[in-house]
Design a protein around this ligand. Sequence first.
Ligand code: CO
Length: 171
Amino acid sequence: MVREVLIYPDRRLKLISHDVESFDAKLHTLLEDMKETMYASDGIGLAAIQIGVAQNVLVINLPDEDGEQTLESLEEIINPVILEAHGSVTYQEGCLSIPSVYEDVERKESIRVRYFDRDGGMIEKELEGLMAIAFQHELDHLQGHLFIEKLSYLKRKKFEKEWKKKIKEGK
Ligand code: CO
């Protein structure tokens, strides 16, 4: 089921999410809803809190060279942690909770991560490129953080002003 994506400055986006304890049918339904919602909004990643569920669950599906989001590149990520991080890289990020805003953000270039799949199987791997960036962006959501918090003071002020105007005008 496609769920409503919370839009900034919805206060629920500031909640700290909690680890999943049961890898059960309820989790699987949440994952299906998150994927449907991500595809319906043309996103490449979504955190559960973006549909109002404060659990450490992410979905990421990067497009391939043809711009298609295939099942092979679909990642369901439960209770993620970053074990190691190296380097830095700047990339223009966007977020389904802040539609139509794209800003350069600095992230770690490569990360070693651990998470669980939908059945509770543990996965450890190295990520780099866009996958590493998307993972860090989505992980921030689980701590109640949004990418706009990483902007410089002036850029953030400009964003807030434009965003207020946009909301007032009904988007
Ligand atoms: Co986001």
